[in-house]
Design a protein around this ligand. Structure first.
Ligand code: SAH
Ligand code: SF4
Ligand code: F3S
Length: 444
């Protein structure tokens, strides 16, 4: 049958979608981009913020007509949102056109469920939190589906044990569990053999990798082993948690030639009282120590962060502390979010929820401060030359190419006259700086 996947959410969900596609291809199905051609529509959902959930529900609702047009069509809803309290019940009752509802724990059973649903037409709902099922991973037999031929993502640990009080992820992705280093390394070797140049190691908290393994592996030892794999040019990872981040890790990274000098280290708030309420388990003082270590070992490192504004109880004074912290820290970029109340999390129960209009106003002030910092850091790069790995033609202008620096900054530059291919590395001189990206030209 022909299937089409629509993915909401983070890189982890995108990777899960690729892995599910691999499983279905192995089972004899074929992936298509156009829903109208498809027999199976798969919606991989996110629920980290209310907006993500609403978008997914809207899209699922819109498939009712698609299903009515041809009753043999199959609608599958999977991913994080299903695992959140009440949602599977909502879909079961009010979205009758959805045939298969599976949570994050049963994703690897998708081909089996499709087969059974196609044969019997009986609805399937599997949303239990359980750990006895195979994890979604590439394994040995899966056809390799990679992002764009040269970059691949790999899960190194699943789930999260941190329970930040605002966050739904630990409830929908379950307890933290690490994959064995041998499995991860074998997969990366396989990927390198088919021409993959960049590896992105994925986990909700990569710094706690290995804590549940008996062989003494940790994130630094894993990076060291991945660095030895021939053919791989760049290694990235997502996401670091400041509580488990260490000077040793920075020192290890400084000694490894393939690990990119990009640190995405979510701060969430620059106010210690709020950090404590968030259960982040670090203070701004420790965070600043991480920044000093990174900058001491790797002065060229790009440092990015995530900030939530309007966490319950955040006062104007608390928010101003965050603004000041941002001014001192000088991040290359910050992903900024309005706090979104997620039922089932401790913060949703906190009394002093912040007014929506106050949140929006704070977000704007934060973005104004950060945009100026981002632009001024980027401006200092004008004139310098750096290796840029090509992603492909720029989306807005087919005569331009787009690629990334080691620090993960996007650079747009005119295509060379000779043939090029994604994954190729060019020396590029930066000619112009913007807030979100850079412009440059290839040095011949
Ligand atoms: N495990 C990663 C990413 C988690 S989700 C980490 O710990 O950094 C990505 C980002 O979404 C988080 O860093 C946080 O800034 C944001 N986020 C999570 N829950 C949120 C909520 N309820 N409201 C607003 N932003 C949220
Ligand atoms: Fe959520 Fe915190 Fe876990 Fe990140 S570390 S996924 S923010 S609970
Ligand atoms: Fe990712 Fe959203 Fe799930 S951010 S882990 S897809 S809740």
């Amino acid at each position: 049958m022909l299937f089409c996947i629509h993915t909401f959410g983070c890189q982890m969900n995108e990777n899960d979608s690729r892995l599910m596609a691999g499983l279905l291809i192995s089972a004899g199905h074929r992936q298509v981009d156009n829903l109208e051609e498809a027999d199976i529509a798969i919606i991989n959902t996110c629920c980290v913020r209310e907006s993500a959930e609403n978008r997914a529900l809207g899209y699922i609702g819109s498939l009712k007509k698609w299903k009515q047009e041809n009753p043999h069509r199959i609608v599958v809803v999977c991913g994080c949102m299903i695992q959140k309290d009440g949602n599977s019940e909502l879909l079961r009752k009010s979205y009758r056109h959805v045939g298969i509802i599976i949570g994050t724990f049963a994703a690897a059973l998708l081909p089996r469920y499709i087969e059974s649903y196609a044969a019997t037409g009986e609805r399937i709902i599997d949303v239990e939190e359980r750990y006895d099922l195979p994890e979604l991973c590439r394994g040995e037999e899966l056809p390799v589906t990679v992002e764009n031929g040269y970059r691949a993502q790999i899960n190194i640990n699943y789930g999260c044990n941190n329970f930040c009080t605002y966050c739904i992820v630990p409830y929908v992705r379950g307890r933290e569990r690490s994959r064995k280093p041998q499995e991860i390394l074998a997969e990366i070797e396989q990927l390198a053999a088919i021409g993959v140049k960049e590896i992105q190691l994925l986990g909700q908290n990569v710094n706690s990798y290995g804590k549940d393994l008996a062989d003494g592996s940790n994130f630094a030892s894993l990076l060291t082993s991945v660095n030895d794999i021939a053919g791989i040019a760049r290694i990235r990872y997502m996401t670091s948690h400041p509580r488990d981040f260490s000077r040793d890790l920075v020192e290890t990274i400084a000694g490894l030639d393939k690990v990119c000098h990009h640190f995405h280290l979510p701060l969430q708030s620059g106010c210690n009282r709020i950090l404590q309420q968030m259960n982040r388990a670090y203070r701004t003082e420790e965070y600043s120590e991480h920044l000093r270590n990174i900058r001491a070992f790797l002065p060229d490192a790009t440092i990015t962060t995530d900030i939530i504004v309007g966490f319950p109880g955040e006062t104007e004074q608390d928010f101003v502390e965050t603004l000041h912290y941002m001014q001192e820290a000088r991040f290359d970029a910050a992903y900024t979010f309005l706090y979104s109340r997620r039922s089932g999390t401790p913060a949703a129960q906190m009394a002093e929820q912040v007014d929506e209009s106050v949140k929006r106003q704070r977000l704007q002030r934060l973005m104004d401060v950060q945009n100026e910092i981002s632009r001024s850091i980027n401006e200092r790069l004008v004139g310098s030359c750096m290796p840029v790995m090509l992603d492909g033609a720029s989306k807005n202008n087919p005569h331009m190419l787009s690629g990334r620096t080691d620090g993960n900054k996007i650079v747009v530059f005119p295509a060379p006259t000779t043939a090029w291919q994604a994954g190729q590395i060019f020396p590029v001189q930066i000619t112009e700086a913007q807030t979100w990206n850079l412009k440059g030209k290839i040095l011949e």
